[in-house]
Write a protein that binds this ligand. Structure first.
Ligand SMILES: Nc1ncnc2c1ncn2[C@@H]1O[C@H](COP(=O)(O)OP(=O)(O)OP(=O)(O)O)[C@@H](O)[C@H]1O
Ligand SMILES: [Zn+2]
Length: 474
């Protein structure tokens, strides 16, 4: 069997992976809060953990891997949209409008992540319970909180229940922080009902209007961290193999998950391996909704950037390094994937190339896997190339929009690119660019993306491409 090595954030080391139960390898990944469309940064963990999932399925068998990823559907930002819609005259109760917002966001998430070639989570091949929603597990959360109070790890105060960080010796171990330093560094005003400023909320009161559930502490709602502890316990048990998420979740979210779960089940391990992806950045800063420096996966799809191209660009960088999305990477990816797609011909995928499997098994070393794909293409091992692409989830979509065209349209675009180049050459002489502009504008009006560099002119079908509008152009 292939040896898998994974970097464990908990031990800060790359370690050989040994599942608790090889007939059921269990992975939990923190999913999105479903208040709005996913931005490109949100897609990075989806692709990273999809690669991990595919690797595990390949090595242990599809029916022997469990992959759970939750939807957080208790959140003020979801409520805010519902309230705004009601103000604007939308029909239905606030509860219905909240459910509607979560539903539509989940639908978008599925559409967008499917486009990236990400497999839906599944429990041993069954997708039905593998994407739990927080609102479906409130009872289990209450039960876990009651247990934590009973064992002295949590306390109720003023309608809230708080986790007592002093009650858990290892608090801070995952992120390498000391409680004293955290307190010193905390600038926020401390709520009067907290015994220690770092104590965090397990349960909090809700207003009459907003969603709430009856509990021993009054009508309220769970804190965010307890959701993942309760759902992972319910679906994966008290010890499981891998827990994943973005590095931005390491503290406090994952630290708090560990504190809750390890105190609730002191004899168990909770998650043995912790994996964190680094951030997708924009000019050195994390892409995030709060900073406003984001674009969505849907924005890119609408600009005719295929999900496969996005996936490929992610894979050019190792998941533990920060990365940028750039136009250059996008163009290069489009070209390279298009080239490979055209090489396909009648070939079928062969055996999975060992070097690609080894690269993936080496802490998801996707840059190395890509180097190998390039080598296979260079030596003309097309069945190997196709098998490698398939293992990496890159097979399904044609990335090069040109490949999606009818042959006649492709030819026509080629001819028009030549005419445009000739018109440009003539205009350089005559200094009269009106012909060039005219043709260019007509192409743009037909939904063609015109890329002009000194060396070449490329015409690609864009989102609103309409071949009929090319007629009569020359
Ligand atoms: N820029 C980013 N790069 C990589 N992963 C990210 C980025 N931003 C968020 N994530 C990850 O996306 C997943 C979903 O996170 P969540 O729903 O909390 O995000 P969000 O609230 O939409 O993000 P934000 O407010 O930070 O933009 C998490 O695993 C998180 O770590
Ligand atoms: Zn979580």
């Amino acid at each position: 069997m292939v040896e898998i090595n994974l970097h464990n954030s908990r031990t800060r080391k790359k370690e050989p992976f040994a599942p608790i139960d090889a007939s059921d390898v269990r992975i939990y990944v923190c999913g999105p809060t479903v208040y709005d469309r996913a931005h490109l940064g949100n897609a990075r963990p989806v692709v990273v953990f999809d690669l991990l999932y595919r690797l595990m399925r390949h090595v242990y068998g599809e029916e022997h891997v469990t992959y759970v990823r939750n939807f957080t559907d208790v959140d003020d930002r979801i409520n805010a949209t519902a309230l705004a819609r009601r103000e604007a005259g939308a029909e239905g109760s606030l509860e219905e409008l909240i459910a509607e917002r979560s539903e539509e966001t989940i639908r978008w998430y599925h559409e967008d992540m499917d486009a990236l070639g990400a497999l839906r989570p599944a429990i041993k091949g069954d997708q039905s319970r593998a994407e739990p929603r927080a609102t479906q597990y409130i009872g289990q959360m209450i039960e876990m909180i009651e247990g934590l109070i009973a064992s002295g790890h949590a306390y109720a105060a003023e309608g809230h229940v708080l986790f007592s960080v002093e009650s858990y010796e290892d608090y801070g171990a995952l992120s390498g922080r000391l409680v004293e330093d955290m307190i010193a560094g905390a600038r926020v005003e401390v709520a009067p009902y907290k015994r220690n400023p770092m104590d965090f909320v397990l349960w909090k009161p809700s207003t009459d209007e907003l969603p709430g559930w009856d509990s021993p502490w009054g009508r309220g709602r769970p804190g965010w961290h307890i959701e993942c502890s309760a759902m992972s316990y319910e679906l994966l048990g008290e010890s499981f193999d891998i827990h994943g998420g973005g590095i931005d979740l390491q503290f406090p979210h994952h630290e708090n998950e560990i504190a809750q779960s390890c105190c609730a089940h002191p004899k168990a391990d909770f998650a043995r391996v912790w994996m964190h992806n680094e951030m997708l950045q924009v000019e050195g800063k994390k892409m995030s909704k709060s900073l406003g420096n984001f674009f969505t996966v849907r924005d890119l799809l609408d600009q005719a950037v295929s999900g496969e191209v996005m996936r490929y660009v992610f894979m050019l960088t190792h998941y533990r390094s920060p990365m940028d999305w750039t136009e250059k990477k996008r163009n290069d990816a489009q070209k390279e994937l298009g080239k490979w797609h055209r090489m396909k011909g009648d070939n079928q995928p062969g055996e999975v190339p060992q070097e690609i499997l080894a690269a993936l098994a080496d802490d998801l070393n996707t840059p190395r896997a890509i180097t190998e794909l390039r080598r296979l293409a260079d030596i003309g091992d097309i069945p190997g190339l196709l098998a490698g692409l398939e293992l990496l989830g890159l097979k399904t979509v044609s990335s090069d929009m040109l490949d999606l065209l009818q042959a006649a349209d492709r030819e026509k675009l080629g001819e028009l690119a030549e005419s445009l180049a000739a018109a440009r050459a003539a205009a350089m002489e005559s200094k009269d660019f009106s012909k060039v502009d005219e043709l260019k504008n007509a192409l743009i009006a037909a939904g063609v993306e015109v890329r002009m560099s000194k060396a070449e002119i490329e015409l690609l079908p864009g989102p609103g491409f309409d071949a009929a509008k090319l007629e009569g152009l020359e």
